[in-house]
Design a protein around this ligand. Structure first.
Ligand SMILES: [Zn+2]
Ligand SMILES: [Zn+2]
Length: 148
């Protein structure tokens, strides 16, 4: 029982200097169990685990965990922010234009920045954040089945 999930997460929170609260533990569990969840799915996941938590408390906890580097926020153009527990590996995302499904794509070379800019304008570049856009398998199938 000493290696149960909650105590591990509590340890991680302490290591980054955050106070351990039930909402933060539940939030980190929810984000890690989920797959690029939006704020509504995270809120209901947290409430399933610890009962009523205000939306503001969820935002506060997300902000603290993101700032501490335990949660990564992604914001594909034109869609609401999503959150994930896979951090620190410079992976990229592929987003479905039709349904908004998000999948992870490993970093092309394994470390940031994985792409060389054709013109760096004298900047020292430390990250390349790539979003691939297309149609997920379900949406491509649906689209082709509409064809006459
Ligand atoms: Zn789709
Ligand atoms: Zn991801």
């Amino acid at each position: 029982m000493t290696t149960s999930q909650p105590s591990t997460i509590a340890g991680e929170l302490r290591r980054v200097g955050l106070r351990v609260t039930a909402a933060r533990v539940a939030l980190l569990e929810t984000v890690r169990d989920g797959d690029h969840l939006g704020i509504e799915a995270i809120t209901s996941g947290v409430r399933d685990r610890v009962g009523h938590v205000s939306l503001q408390a969820v935002y506060d906890a997300l902000h603290a965990l993101t700032a501490a580097g335990l949660v990564r926020r992604i914001e594909p153009a034109g869609s609401p922010a999503r959150f994930e527990g896979r951090v620190g590996d410079n992976h990229h995302h592929i987003v479905c234009r039709s349904c908004g499904a998000v999948a992870d794509v490993d970093c092309a070379v394994g470390e940031a920045p994985c792409l060389t800019a054709s013109d760096d304008h004298g900047f020292s570049i430390d990250e390349a954040d790539v979003t691939y856009w297309g149609l997920c398998p379900d949406c491509s199938t649906a689209r082709s089945s509409w064809a006459p």
